[in-house]
Write a protein that binds this ligand. Structure first.
Ligand code: CU
Length: 151
């Protein structure tokens, strides 16, 4: 019984520790050869002015056939921005040049590669839902997650 209580205390401490860790203004998201991001929900702490996202491609396939990036827009803009990004092509990192809907984006990487980009947190509004997606052709509907400004 005592051991159970201790286990619960440890678990409770773990839960309490989570918000403190989330105050970290950086995050690593992994993408793989199965076209999946390992994180589907992101809450950006309001205290951050800059949020640094590292995209790590844990697969082995090349950028030409299984490239991944991360593009951030409002959820309302995501599908249209993804469609325009696909048309923009590889040379433009599959992001329409100068697209005002795009809040931040990374370059496209292949298996084994890593890239980092920053989100300007001052551009995020409380109560607005944002979506991050991979704009590589055919990936945006599967590789996506929701991002919100936290408290
Ligand atoms: Cu992708």
């Amino acid at each position: 019984m005592k051991k159970t209580l201790m286990t619960l205390a440890v678990l409770a401490a773990g839960v309490v520790a989570t918000p403190a860790m989330a105050a970290d203004c950086a995050l690593t998201i992994e993408g793989n050869d199965q076209m999946q991001f390992n994180i589907k929900n992101v809450e950006v702490p309001k205290a951050c002015t800059k949020y640094t996202v590292t995209l790590k491609h844990t697969g082995k396939m090349p950028k030409s056939s299984m490239g991944h990036n991360i593009v951030l827009t409002s959820t309302a803009d995501a599908n249209a921005a993804a469609a325009d990004g696909m048309k923009a092509g590889a040379a433009a990192e599959y992001v329409k040049p100068g697209d005002a809907r795009v809040i931040a984006f990374s370059k496209v990487i292949g298996g084994g590669e890593t890239t980092t980009f920053d989100i300007d947190v001052t551009k995020l509004k409380a109560g607005t839902e944002y979506t991050y997606f991979c704009s590589f052709p055919g990936h945006s509907f599967i590789m996506r997650g929701v991002l919100k400004l936290g408290s």
